[in-house]
Ligand binder design. Sequence first.
Ligand code: CTP
Ligand SMILES: C[C@](O)(CO)[C@H](O)COP(=O)(O)O
Length: 235
Amino acid sequence: MSIIALLPAAGSGSRMGAAIPKQYLPLCGKTVIEHTVAALHAVDEIDHVVVVISPDDTRWDELSWQGFARLKVLRCGGDSRAASVCNGLAALRDDGLEAQSWVLVHDAARPCISPALVAGMIAELKDDPVGGILAVPVADTLKAADAGQRIAATRPRDGLWQAQTPQMFRLQPLHDALVSGMGPDITDEASAIEKTGQSPKLVHGSPWNLKVTWPQDLHLASLILAGAQATTNKD
Ligand SMILES: Nc1ccn([C@@H]2O[C@H](COP(=O)(O)OP(=O)(O)OP(=O)(O)O)[C@@H](O)[C@H]2O)c(=O)n1
Ligand SMILES: C[C@](O)(CO)[C@H](O)COP(=O)(O)O
């Protein structure tokens, strides 16, 4: 059974506020998306890394993808993350990928993911009946805000986790769940699967696996990648 990494990369990066989409911003001598692709491509268990870009993307072809033998690009991004993922899954299915293949959906905007973490996730979930996601338990006290940005309440954080990616589900059930659940509340793959009444597994992720969202995240990502590089060089 195939295992595919599917990277939605068709966003505009509005919160980053840069002149170009954040996945193409420079980070430690490459672009954000090059780090993400390299990390997923380094996972031996993954058969193909498939990137979903916007149909009007002009930057992908300017990068050098030599050496990534298992990399494929699809120009079928949609107007939301869920739509981009859904379109990518439909293209994989139309291409003949078996319905029960595992798909690991991973944000192109999470360039610090470690291949070892992904390999561990695959080992933990490959016999799971539903699939699951990387996530980390909430570590801070949670406040609900009123309209004036004053604290309205303190919320219990027991049992709350922050969802990360990859999110690992089987191709056809995930596609069907996204099609039937599509809407603004579907902000990740797990939420679509949950809507079908199933409970995805939470697999411990890492605080290093941050999503580059705001301008300061690029600096954090560069520190994380530099730290990872220093560790590798010591081995
Ligand atoms: N229509 C979209 C929107 C998002 N994404 C991708 O989904 C991932 C996570 O989304 P997010 O961080 O929200 O990215 P953006 O939508 O680009 O950012 P923003 O919401 O700030 O505009 C990113 O890799 C992004 O490229 C996508 O493929 N298609
Ligand atoms: C899928 C995700 O990375 C889980 O944390 C996240 O929801 C994607 O970001 P967005 O801002 O909701 O598009």
